[in-house]
Design a protein around this ligand. Structure first.
Ligand code: NAD
Length: 505
């Protein structure tokens, strides 16, 4: 595309410097709250990606030898800078993603949990040691970094997700190429400068902006042994298959369809309050957002929907910096149109419109605003139930028993998050045991695990066995090596040859 007059073009961050793009390709980055173009983002060519990988590989040679205590000291400083710059970072996240400032601060705080975990790298990288496993032989296992690893991130968490994906990689001694979402590249450039300020050697942390061309170049590059991806399921599957075909280690996290079960004995006010925030927060643009309320029994459904409807009608969509807004604009006009199509299709299929958010009062006519919509009597065969809807159209599916609810959820293609509201411990325990979903809540709105527990869905919400957050990240970004060594007191006798398989007995 042509450059726009008066619109700044941003850069990549490679080798510790802001580097201009050279491909001649750019994309527009919008301010969702006003619909204006914020900046132009350069889209890297394969050649630019190759150049960045070469720079990162060079930096890796020194970084992998840097003692872990020194690596962690830099991460400590990075953490302090993030805390110091929280206000500025939250403004930037809000500006380019549309989410409210308070929501952006929540994202920063959760992202810091992953930084905290990375500061524990000396503990997580400890190996194992066994003495005298056989005739004066000691055996030990160590964890070594992989090399130049890549993280490819989505638009909806411009800070938390890339930081959760890749800070541990740095702590483990790898060099990183982050390919942020081309819709929100500014936050990544902002915190990359903080890495430099914290003292990270140039080339250990790099940001290459771009689209499919840059991603494909990373997937094919022989010097990139590991790919961590977060985004939609269709692309997650593509990344997983292409990455594996190119012999890479891949963890690819996809979309979700997250249910909230409301049992007849649940505290309804608690359930309604929890649903509102978990379902509509961030304009429902969270992989862990609750999409479907599943009240059990007609009486529960009638009472829950009556209370919920009134509250949904009062929700306020607004600009990212409007302190009274419950949630902000969607990421793009296209996204807004997609959500409206889901609503219209569901009405044709027989859903009942309880609250219509298609024409909200918007502070800017060109902003990508959509109000909160609630649809009742949705059935499992409807498109709006089957697919992930990344916008504030939420649904109610009425069922008659916990068994039916478990069966419904287990049959869904996604298995990211789920939650149940009940005062019955047995129901909660049965549910947690039988549900085929990776992250389960009992009387909590969004069961996002704390940063030092593993995060990741089941079924088509995750491809690959590793998790994001938690100790799995240290395993993902290292390879294990086991050494058996013998340093005998006396000279080894070399006059015997043994053709039997070595026994330690
Ligand atoms: P997306 O899949 O469109 O984009 C994610 C990344 O993939 C971006 O960096 C993008 O540039 C790249 N990409 C897009 N199309 C590509 C292609 N054809 N080939 C190669 N690379 C491509 O996702 P998004 O819209 O940015 O983010 C929203 C999605 O992410 C939702 O589905 C949401 O549920 C999911 N998500 C999942 C998690 C999780 O932890 N499971 C967390 C956050 C978001």
């Amino acid at each position: 595309m042509e450059k726009l007059v008066g619109v700044q073009t941003i850069t990549h961050f490679i080798g510790g410097e802001m580097k201009q793009g050279t491909s001649g390709r750019f994309g527009k980055v919008f301010k969702p709250s006003t619909g204006e173009v914020m900046v132009l983002c350069p889209y890297a060519s394969a050649e630019e990606v190759n150049e960045a990988v070469a720079i990162a590989k060079n930096a890796f040679a020194g970084w992998k030898k840097t003692p872990v205590a020194q690596r962690v000291e830099i991460i400590h400083r990075f953490r302090s800078l993030l805390v110091e710059k929280t206000e500025e970072l939250a403004q930037l996240i809000g500006l380019e993603s549309g989410k409210t400032i308070s929501d952006a601060k929540g994202e920063i705080s959760r992202g810091l949990e992953s930084v905290d975990l990375a500061i524990n790298a000396p503990h997580l990288l400890k190996g194992e040691y066994s003495v005298n496993v056989g005739g004066e032989i000691n055996a030990y296992s160590i964890k070594q970094p992989l090399g130049v690893v890549t993280a490819i991130s989505p638009f909806n968490f411009p800070f938390m997700v890339p930081v959760a994906m890749a800070t541990m990689a740095v702590a483990c001694g790898n060099a990183v190429i982050l390919k942020p979402s081309e819709k929100v590249p500014n936050s990544a450039l902002f915190f990359s400068k903080l890495w430099k300020e914290a003292g990270l050697p140039d080339g250990v942390w790099n940001v290459v902006n771009g689209d499919k061309e840059a991603v494909d170049a990373l997937l094919k590059h022989p010097d990139v042994p590991a790919v961590s991806f977060v985004g939609s399921t269709r692309i997650a599957q593509y990344i997983y298959e292409e990455g594996c075909r190119n012999h890479k280690r891949v963890a690819a996290f996809g979309g979700g369809k997250n249910h909230m079960i409301i049992m007849p004995d649940a505290d309804l006010d608690h359930a309604v309050n929890s649903f509102l925030g978990a379902a509509y927060g961030a304009a429902s643009q969270r992989c862990m957002a609750i999409s479907a309320a599943v009240p059990v029994g007609e009486k529960t459904a009638e009472a829950f929907v009556a209370k919920l409807k009134r509250r949904v009608q009062d929700l306020k969509v607004g600009a990212y910096n409007d302190a009274d807004a419950d949630f902000g604009a969607l990421i793009s006009q296209e996204s807004k149109e997609t959500v409206i199509k889901y609503i219209e299709q569901s009405l044709q299929e027989g859903a009942e419109l309880c609250v219509d958010g298609r024409h909200p009062e918007a502070p800017h006519s060109q902003g990508f605003y959509l109000g909160a919509t609630l649809l009742d009597h949705v059935t499992p065969d409807m498109q709006i139930y089957r697919e992930e809807v990344f916008g504030p159209a939420r649904i109610v599916v009425r069922l008659n028993s916990l068994d039916e609810a478990i069966e419904l959820i287990n049959n869904h293609e996604y298995g990211n998050g789920v939650t149940i509201f009940t005062n019955n411990g047995y129901a909660g325990r049965t549910f947690a045991e039988q549900i085929e979903v990776g992250m389960v809540g009992i009387n909590v709105p969004i069961p996002i695990p704390v940063g030092y527990h593993n995060f990741g869905g089941w079924k088509r919400s995750k491809f690959g066995e590793s998790h994001m957050f938690g100790p799995d990240t240290a395993r993902f970004f290292t390879k294990s090596k086991t050494i058996s060594e013998r340093w005998p007191e006396n000279d080894i006798q070399h006059d015997q040859v043994n053709f039997d398989f070595p026994s330690n007995r």
